[in-house]
Design a protein around this ligand. Structure first.
Ligand SMILES: [Mg+2]
Length: 227
C-alpha cells in the first residue's frame, strides 16, 4: 500500500492569481495590511506561515488569536471571486489523467498535502473538478500546522484512523517547490518534484528529489516517478 499526497497549487492547478488576491484582501481586513510578497515567496508555504512571516513584527499569540477571523475572511473573499477563479484558474497538464489512473489502483490511496487551509483546498478542487479523485479525509492542510514539515504526520494519523496503517517509506509526496521535497524527505517519503510552479527542473533537481518532472503530462513518466 502506498499513500500519495499531492500538493495543490503549482502541482495540480494554478488558481490564476485569484487566491493570492483573496488572501491579500483578507489580510487587509483582519490584520490591517496585505502582504507585499510575490507568488514565488508564497510557494510551498502554509497559509499560517505566510501570515506569521508577513507580520513578523507582531507576536505569534496575537496573530494566532485572529486566525479564525482570517480563515473566515479569506473564504469570504474567495467565495466572492468564485466565478473569477473558475475562469482564470486552470488544471495543469495531465493532472486529471494521472489522478484518475492512481485512483483506480488497488494498492494506492491518494489525498492532498497542502499549505491551503482545508476549506480553501476544498473550494479550489471543487472549482477545478478534481475533488472526486482524492480522499480529502486522509489529507493534511495548512489549517493543521504552520510548518509544512509537520503536515505528513496529520495525514498518516488520519489514514490510520481509517484503517490505513502507512509508514514514511510508503508515502509519496508530489509537489512543485523545495519545501515539498524537504517535507517528504523529513519523513522518509519518496519525493517527486514537478516544475509547473515557480521553480524550474534545475531549481528542483538541486534539492535532490527522488524524481523530477517538467509536468505531469506523460502518464508513463509519472508512474515511473511515483515508483
Ligand atoms: Mg505548491
Amino acid at each position: 500500500m502506498k499513500l500519495l499526497l499531492w500538493d495543490i497549487d503549482g502541482t495540480l492547478l494554478y488558481s490564476g492569481g485569484v487566491a493570492g488576491e483573496a488572501m491579500r484582501a483578507a489580510m487587509s481586513r483582519v490584520y490591517g495590511r496585505p502582504s507585499s510578497n510575490d507568488r514565488r515567496e508564497y510557494a510551498g508555504k502554509t497559509d499560517q506561515q505566510i501570515i506569521l512571516e508577513t507580520f513578523a513584527d507582531v507576536s505569534h499569540d496575537e496573530l494566532k488569536s485572529k486566525l479564525d477571523d482570517f480563515a473566515q475572511a479569506y473564504m469570504a473573499e474567495l467565495t466572492v471571486r468564485r466565478d473569477e477563479m473558475a475562469q482564470r484558474g486552470r488544471v495543469l497538464p495531465g493532472v486529471p489523467t494521472a489522478l484518475a489512473h492512481f485512483q483506480h489502483q488497488p494498492d494506492i490511496h491518494q489525498s492532498v498535502l497542502t499549505g491551503n487551509m482545508m476549506a480553501v483546498a476544498e473550494l479550489k478542487l471543487q472549482l477545478t473538478n478534481l475533488i472526486g479523485y482524492v480522499d480529502m479525509q486522509t489529507g493534511a492542510y495548512g489549517s493543521d500546522h504552520h510548518a509544512r514539515v509537520e503536515l505528513p504526520r496529520f495525514a498518516l494519523a488520519r489514514a490510520a484512523q481509517r484503517g490505513l496503517h502507512i509508514n514514511g517509506s510508503q508515502l509519496v509526496i508530489i509537489g512543485d517547490t523545495p519545501n515539498d521535497i524537504a517535507c517528504g524527505k523529513a519523513h522518509g517519503a519518496r519525493t517527486v518534484a514537478v516544475a509547473t510552479g515557480p521553480f524550474s527542473v534545475a531549481d528542483l533537481a538541486a534539492h535532490h528529489p527522488d524524481a523530477v518532472l517538467a509536468d505531469l503530462a506523460d502518464l508513463d513518466a509519472v508512474k515511473a516517478a511515483i515508483g
